[in-house]
Design a protein around this ligand. Structure first.
Ligand code: ATP
Ligand code: MG
Length: 356
């Protein structure tokens, strides 16, 4: 997967960018606060049509402007525009506006690595669920559909709970349970399928304890399936009614990461958590390469800073394997970028402008 050119208008501090991107990628050097992360966020917007950093669309619009526009020339060309006033988002693929955003998700595939990824390991379960949701939505259209069904059924059940109408809420137990079971089953299978690779990546990155990764669900088991979720919904109806929301389902689950059987989130050192986060991103790259039959575009946001030379070298080897395609690499200084990655053209970013 490659982007041959990029057009950006009024996206954060990037007023106007028109660049051709070499097929190997580029190294982008710039001081703090100049727009390097914004550039990667703009590119990643073409993957999910949402902010990489979880920001709202209107926050992405350059201060004082009415909307933003991003276009990338891949095969095919993908564009995304957003207008604050009408809260209107328009996405086109190959010149045609898509009716459903979901049909354009994953046309461009990229994987972004940044030091902020440590939150993925260190933070609460919601970040890890989002990781699974993004990855599985990009690689499995059935998953995206199940997720949408779950959200729709859950929304109606919650609305009935808020009105205090139990029979109406319980009328949605079956649809919620069915979609919930599909979501949980897909996540569970994915964790099983990629456990070995996760371990390999952690070990190759320098981790010496035995890494583990399992999907942990409170209300679902592979044997129990949708029936078990339905049973749990029924059991917890009083609590749900009190809280006015559904407390049973995969929105309570977690992807459990361990080292030597201890939770990395609670017991891992800062370095171990960073290693686990990098492993998750490289895992994402491997999984997407397999589902899309092409290497995702690599977006490296200041990834090599703070790593000692040994870890840098190990990471470079893993990148060569998992993300061999086009790479866009940012750093505040040349010295923060390993020398082997400099076999690419260099851009300088100042105040949202690119100098080639
Ligand atoms: P660092 O090296 O510190 O990570 P960076 O080059 O990655 O820096 P960015 O995060 O890309 O910096 O850009 C930050 C700049 O973008 C800040 O100066 C911020 O004020 C500006 N910015 C953020 N959102 C907007 C927006 N909606 N409109 C205009 N400018 C914005
Ligand atoms: Mg940055």
């Amino acid at each position: 997967m490659e982007l041959s050119s990029l057009t950006i208008r009024n996206f954060r501090n990037l007023a106007s960018v028109d660049v051709a991107i070499p097929s190997t990628g580029v190294v982008v050097i710039g001081d703090n606060g100049q727009g390097k992360t914004n550039l990667l966020e703009a590119i990643y917007y073409l993957v999910l049509f949402r902010s990489l950093r979880g920001a709202k669309d209107r926050e992405l619009v350059r201060f004082g402007d009415a909307g933003f526009f991003v276009a990338g020339e891949a095969t095919p060309r993908v564009t995304a525009g957003y207008e604050i006033h009408h809260r209107h988002k328009k996405v086109t693929v190959d010149g045609t506006e898509v009716k459903k955003l979901s049909s354009a998700v994953g046309v461009v595939v990229a994987v972004a690595l940044s030091p902020a990824d440590r939150a993925l390991v260190e933070g609460g379960p919601s970040g890890r669920r989002r990781y699974l949701d993004v990855l599985l939505s990009l690689s499995d259209p059935h998953y995206l559909a199940a997720l949408a069904e779950l959200r729709a059924a859950m929304k109606q059940r919650n609305a009935a709970l808020k009105r205090g109408n139990v029979p109406e809420a319980q009328a949605f137990d079956r649809p919620v349970a069915a979609a919930a079971a599909t979501v949980a089953k897909t996540r569970h299978r994915w964790a099983l399928e990629w456990l070995h690779r996760y371990g390999e990546l952690c070990t190759s990155l320098g981790e010496s304890s035995e890494p583990g990764m399992t999907y942990s669900s409170r209300h679902w088991t592979p044997d129990g399936g949708a029936d078990l979720v339905a049973e749990n919904l029924k059991l917890r109806i009083e609590r749900d009614l009190r809280r006015g929301t559904t407390t049973v389902g995969p929105h309570r689950d977690d992807l459990l990461l361990t080292l030597g059987e201890r939770e990395t989130r609670r017991f891992g050192s800062a370095g171990q958590q960073r290693t686990a986060a990098i492993a998750l991103r490289l895992l994402e790259a491997s999984a997407l390469s397999l589902s899309h039959d092409t290497a995702p575009i690599a977006l490296f946001d200041d990834v090599f800073a703070e790593l000692d030379e040994d870890r840098q070298e190990r990471l470079l080897l893993m990148i060569k394997e998992s993300l061999p395609g086009q790479a866009i690499i940012t750093a505040p200084r040349d010295a923060e970028v390993p020398r082997v990655l400099f076999e690419r053209p260099r851009w300088r970013m100042t105040g949202g402008k690119i100098e080639q």
